[in-house]
Every structure is written in structure tokens, then in C-alpha cells.
Design a protein around this ligand. Structure first.
Ligand SMILES: [Mg+2]
Length: 221
């Protein structure tokens, strides 16, 4: 599925790619609406509508991913609420082994995430995968989410890569489409980013279930 001899740089998303998206889905669809409902004496449905009804136009923007924005908008300490669920943060199957093999292969390995720094911090407090990376790039620092072309241009300046010899693995279709538009040649999605949800069958990009399907061989020659 992947011809590793054609790849020098591997860009990896965090949530739903290396880490199980169950944590994030559970937080945003269960934990936060329930906590918000209790505080404002709303039903869970009312709470959900209030939280995501009017603001959903922001989806895919930096604001949407910003915990500060959500904390301010809801007048709640969102990082603290996330920490309550810290025990639910987990790596996806074979993710650590895949990172170890990539590291041993001496390819450039860069994390590219839309997650807010505070989210990254909470996750890395539980499972620190940062040592496996040559660089960790948070889109907030580049002032554009991965869905925008600007992100890839800024990334290129920060950490030069050859798009024709780069692989991006990401579970978000709009992100893969954006990377494709920029010219990144090798793109893969995840067929089951959330271990508690159904597998996806309608993905536009080629997908894997687990990283064992694409393990690189030993050290690059
Ligand atoms: Mg993701």
C-alpha cells in the first residue's frame, strides 16, 4: 500500500490517527453537554443544541479547535473538564510500534495537529509520544488550520519537505483534500478513528484500519 522507498517525510495527525478519537468524541458529545446541562438545568438535547447549534459554522476553523475560545464562550474551564477524562486517552493499536519503526528508519517524522496546545499538553501528560518526532507542529502557531493552504505553506517554511516524497496520515477528509491541493503525493486516512464507532466505508482517500498494515522495514538504506 505504501512504497516506503518513495518517502522521506511522514506527517502524522494526532487525534483519530495516533490517538483514539473516542476520548474527543466522548468529551464533546457526552461529557461537555452533560456538564453544561447540569449547570444550566437543561435537557441533554437542549444542551447539545445550545453548544453546537449556532456555533457549528466555526467547524474547521482555528476558533473551533481553541480551548480558550470554548472556555470563554461557555464560561467553563474546558481544560479542567478534559482532565477529568484523562484516563480515557489512549494510543491507537500499533501506533507506538509504528512510531518506533519510523524513528529507526531515519525518515523525517513531524506531528501536524489542529489540537490546541492545552489539548496537546493534556494528552502528552498521559501518553508522551513527542520523543518519536523530529518536530511537533500545532496549527495555532502557524495561524491557520490544516484545512487551509496557508498551513502547508507555513509548514514548508518552518520544516522544509518535498511534497512528492511526503506521506500524510490524517483521519479528516478536508485536511487530506487540502494537503492534496498543496501537492502532497501520498495520503492515507484511517477507517476507524474512534474505536467505539462504526468503521467508515465511504472515504475518498485510501484508508487503513491499523498501522500494522503499513509498517516500514528496518533502517532506511
Ligand atoms: Mg484527526
Amino acid at each position: 500500500m505504501i512504497n516506503w522507498s518513495c518517502i522521506d517525510t511522514v506527517l502524522l495527525d494526532m487525534d483519530g490517527t495516533l490517538l483514539d478519537l473516542h476520548f474527543d468524541n466522548y468529551f464533546w458529545t457526552e461529557h461537555l453537554p452533560r456538564t453544561y446541562a447540569a449547570r444550566h438545568q437543561l435537557s441533554k438535547e437542549e444542551s447539545h443544541a445550545k453548544l453546537f447549534g449556532e456555533g457549528s459554522a466555526e467547524q474547521g476553523t482555528l476558533q473551533w479547535y481553541s480551548l480558550d475560545h470554548w472556555s470563554q464562550r461557555l464560561d467553563m474551564d474546558i481544560p479542567a473538564l478534559k482532565r477529568e477524562l484523562q484516563h480515557m486517552i489512549s494510543a491507537r493499536p500499533f501506533a507506538i510500534e509504528f512510531l518506533t519503526r519510523l524513528h529507526d528508519s531515519h525518515r523525517e517524522v513531524v506531528m501536524v495537529t489542529n489540537a490546541h496546545r492545552k489539548t496537546l499538553e493534556i494528552k502528552m501528560n498521559t501518553i508522551d509520544i513527542t520523543p518519536w518526532f523530529d518536530r511537533v507542529v500545532v496549527s495555532h502557531d502557524l495561524l491557520a488550520p490544516k484545512e487551509e493552504q496557508r498551513f502547508w505553506h507555513e509548514l514548508q517554511k518552518l520544516h522544509p519537505f518535498d511534497p512528492a516524497r511526503t506521506l500524510l496520515i490524517d483521519d479528516t477528509e478536508q485536511v487530506l483534500a487540502s494537503a492534496q491541493q498543496y501537492g502532497i503525493a501520498h495520503l492515507l486516512t484511517l477507517l476507524q478513528p474512534d474505536s467505539n464507532r462504526q468503521k467508515r466505508i465511504d472515504t475518498r482517500f485510501r484508508g487503513i484500519h491499523h498501522f500494522d498494515e503499513i509498517m516500514p522495514d528496518g533502517p532506511q538504506t
